[in-house]
Design a protein around this ligand. Structure first.
Ligand code: ZN
Length: 216
């Protein structure tokens, strides 16, 4: 299905997992929001990972095929990282998991970040704040905020609470930050309700069967 028709999903409560959810089956058909360069640009904008001005500047100086190539790299990164998360969710990460992250460290090495003192916009006591900026030199620099989100996920998120939605055919993942860690669904509106309706139907069916058995 064409990703242009559907807004991307941001239900994971962790940007690194939202990136994994950039391919999903919201209704019947699979949607890959980063299936080409345009899709990647649109997804990064929706995720607020790249400033709009930087996206416009990159668009002006690069060819669509270059963005398509970066989108392919992003998809490969996504599926590699999905394996890492899928096999480790539900338990804390340990030091030996670091071995599996060398590809991500290699990507992080290419980041061109710099700090800038700007006027404080938060309305706090300080006049200035230190803002983190990034040089957006080439289409490949679009991978940097993604790498950053994946790195933050493994460094800051307790993997004990990284979960896959329990929806039958749902592939979405999320970080359960609810009190009591009882979240089961990507969203109540999607899989939660579907499961409720299915459970209700099952109960009704069982009741009917019981009544029929009683009648003999
Ligand atoms: Zn779901």
């Amino acid at each position: 299905m064409d990703y242009h028709q559907i807004p991307a999903l941001f239900v994971a409560d962790a940007p690194g997992l939202d990136f994994l959810n950039s391919v999903a089956t919201p209704v019947d058909e699979e949607v890959d929001w980063i299936s080409d360069g345009e899709g990647l640009l649109a997804w990064l904008e929706q995720a607020s990972m790249v400033p709009r001005a930087a996206l416009a500047a990159l668009r002006a100086q690069s060819a669509p095929a270059e963005f398509d190539a970066v989108a392919a790299q992003a998809r490969a990164l996504r599926e590699w990282f999905r394996k890492f998360v899928r096999s480790r969710k539900g338990r804390p990460l340990s030091a030996k998991d670091l071995r599996e992250l060398s590809a991500l460290n290699q990507l992080l090495e290419r980041d061109e970040r710099y700090g800038e003192i700007v006027a404080d916009a938060t309305g706090g006591g300080a006049a200035f704040e230190l803002q983190s900026n990034r040089r957006w030199k080439s289409p490949e620099s679009l991978l940097m905020p993604i790498a950053d989100a994946l790195a933050r996920l493994v460094c800051e998120q307790d993997f004990t609470h990284v979960k896959a939605c329990e929806g039958v055919r749902c592939t979405l993942m999320f970080a359960d930050h609810t009190r009591g860690h009882a979240r089961r669904w990507c969203s109540m509106a999607a899989c939660g309700n579907r499961a409720k309706v299915a459970a209700h139907r099952k109960r009704l069916k069982e009741q009917v069967q019981e009544q029929e058995e009683e009648r003999g």
